[in-house]
Design a protein. Sequence first.
Length: 193
Amino acid sequence: MTKFLSTLILIFSSFSFANSNHEFSNFFNSFERLSANFTQSTYNNTGTLLANSSGTLLFKRPQQLIWHTLIPNEQILLLNNTELWLVDIELEQASLMQTTDLTQTPLYWLINRPSNISHTPQYIHTKDKINWYSTQQANQLSFGFKDNTLQAITLNNELDQTILVTFNSVAINPNIKTSAFELNLAPEFDVLR
């Protein structure tokens, strides 16, 4: 009987691990549009909190994104196909940024479906009921899932800081108007190209 129970536990744990390995792909293959609220925390290499910000995220495939930071300063990162804009509301300034290699950014994983990527992030561990998947990249980019929904993203930047982004109110395939991704600036804004 003990051998039977041990075998059953082994089979069940293997089944659970196999299912968790598909969580990343299943989530990112499941949507065309995504919206969420986020909180972003930046920590130094000793774990001291350096900064907090929060805001909203809108995303529509293939390449449209609004990362709207509301607190502490209102800024908008707007991707509309090939144009990436950083809009600072307080400074009344919009800058067209060069889009180069996105493979080291979380944006790459949003734009591309896992079925189109040769090396998808792999399950590495579960902590606080969040399943973590790592890209195995130098910046240690990882995605955390809870109940099959994106819960968090973490990565290290070039200053040896850890950035943790947590999500709530995640909506899959909400109605998002195409005009939401258009750059609409008031006349007093400075535009830097």
